[in-house]
Design a binder for this molecule. Structure first.
Ligand code: NAD
Length: 393
């Protein structure tokens, strides 16, 4: 029996999460759900995320989460970002796979890749200076005094500044996560992506460290030149499995990666990126395989993990039993893998894939015509997935 925190979220979240809970239970894995409300209504009433939510996730170490609305312009921080930061969930995992029956321009491409995104550093660290504020002008003056050879030449009062911190330790953690995942999931290659030709001290550091981690795993470099002068990461070498050349390490610059993905996505496997590029590229990859309705995700840290879809709360469809539960169900499949329930995870994924391929008991967004009257509701799609597990389980 596993203890798992269940966060229904708000908007369409509770309907999707309930459908997912039923699918997970139908796999036969025994779970005691600790249901914690932290949707927008609760946040607005209490003015913060209830402490019991964090306590529950810290205790259980695993949570399945529905989307939570972030009100625009009301001064609330995103609860989603808050949870990731509070719990130190530094790794964001987003698998993107084509399932037969999903309509996409890339249906014939056999896409099966995994985006691993660093979740805490980079321009998302929130270290920002607003144009026109005295502190911003002081910062610009200070930067211009420093002998880096580069100056900010635009107006002291008309320039905003965002800081991009990237550290060796943050990069080591996420690269180690990506290689560890690749080994355990039987993947073949890790592609490290950034823009090191332009940002030498942040993205350059990123490549230095991802190469050192790749060497610690004994990965084979696509171009041996990349490994010249690089030593295996001293903190990891000897403490991680040496794949003895079974895993390949390669690098792409982010702009080239975008083009490569829309031309030959089937060539890529695990893609490792810093926060901002990772955010953008994971939406591109979700688009390759059919969009938000089928894009699962996980946020993972040393002390816990939250499994949730990429999509938001789609509030206009609230209480209509209408939206697609697939992305949260596939997030639950990742959760089962994380719990070590590989067979149950595969059973659940096979059932989802079979229902999508048949194309009968699917929600409106998966029909060729979005007004197709034969589209089923959230709950009925879950029923069809459960029935498939019964048949093929
Ligand atoms: P959204 O993902 O909720 O909706 C975007 C579009 O996709 C809409 O047209 C919606 O109808 C459709 N869509 C979304 N999920 C779907 C599903 N499961 N099945 C079928 N169609 C689906 O994005 P948004 O409208 O930008 O955001 C709504 C709210 O959700 C915002 O407050 C946002 O901050 C929040 N949000 C939360 C999370 C999270 O909880 N992790 C993630 C993204 C957005």
């Amino acid at each position: 029996m596993y203890n798992v925190t269940l966060l229904p979220g708000d908007g369409t979240g509770p309907e999707i999460v309930e459908a997912t809970r039923r699918c997970v239970e139908a796999t036969g894995v025994k779970i005691k759900w600790d249901v914690q409300e932290c949707g927008i209504e609760v946040i607005e009433r209490e003015g913060k995320v209830p402490p019991s939510v964090l306590e529950s996730i810290r205790k259980n170490k695993v949570a399945l989460k529905g989307p939570i609305t972030t009100p625009i312009g009301k001064g609330f921080r995103s609860v989603n970002v808050f949870l990731r930061q509070e719990l130190g969930l530094y790794a964001c995992l987003r698998p993107c796979k084509t399932y037969k029956g999903v309509r996409t321009y890339f249906s014939d491409s056999n896409v099966d890749l995994v985006v691993v995104r660093e979740n805490t550093e980079d321009l998302y660290a929130g270290v920002e200076f607003e144009a026109g504020k005295p502190g911003t002008a002081d910062l610009i003056k200070k930067i211009n005094e420093l002998a880096t050879g580069k100056k900010i030449t635009t107006g002291l009062d008309t320039t905003g500044v965002s800081i991009k911190p990237i550290s060796y330790e943050g990069t080591r953690n996420i690269a180690n996560f990506a290689f560890d995942y690749a080994v355990k999931a039987g993947r073949k290659a890790v592609t490290s992506v950034c823009k090191a030709n332009i940002m030498k001290y942040t993205d350059g550091l990123w490549y230095d460290e991802t190469r050192a981690v790749a060497l610690a795993y004994g990965a084979k470099f696509e171009w041996s030149d990349l490994a010249k002068g690089v030593k295996p990461d001293a903190k990891l070498a000897g403490n991680v499995p040496d794949t003895k050349g079974k895993l390949e390490y390669n690098e792409r610059l982010i702009d080239n990666m975008c083009m490569q993905l829309v031309q030959k996505p089937e060539l890529y496997d695990v893609i490792l990126l810093p926060n901002l590029y990772g955010d953008i590229l994971s939406d591109l990859c979700a688009g390759l395989v059919g969009g938000l309705g089928v894009a699962p995700g996980a946020n993972i840290g040393p002390d816990g993990a939250i499994f949730e879809a990429t999509h938001g709360s789609a509030p206009k469809y609230k209480n209509q039993n209408k939206v697609n539960p697939t992305a949260v169900i596939l997030s639950a499949k990742l959760m089962l893998e994380h719990l070590g329930e590989k067979a149950a995870a595969e059973k659940l994924e096979r059932a989802v894939a079979a229902v999508i391929e048949e194309g009968k008991d699917v929600t409106y967004d998966m029909k060729a015509d979005r007004n197709d009257p034969t589209a089923v509701g959230t709950s009925q799609m879950a029923d069809a997935i459960i029935a498939k597990m019964g048949k093929n389980g």
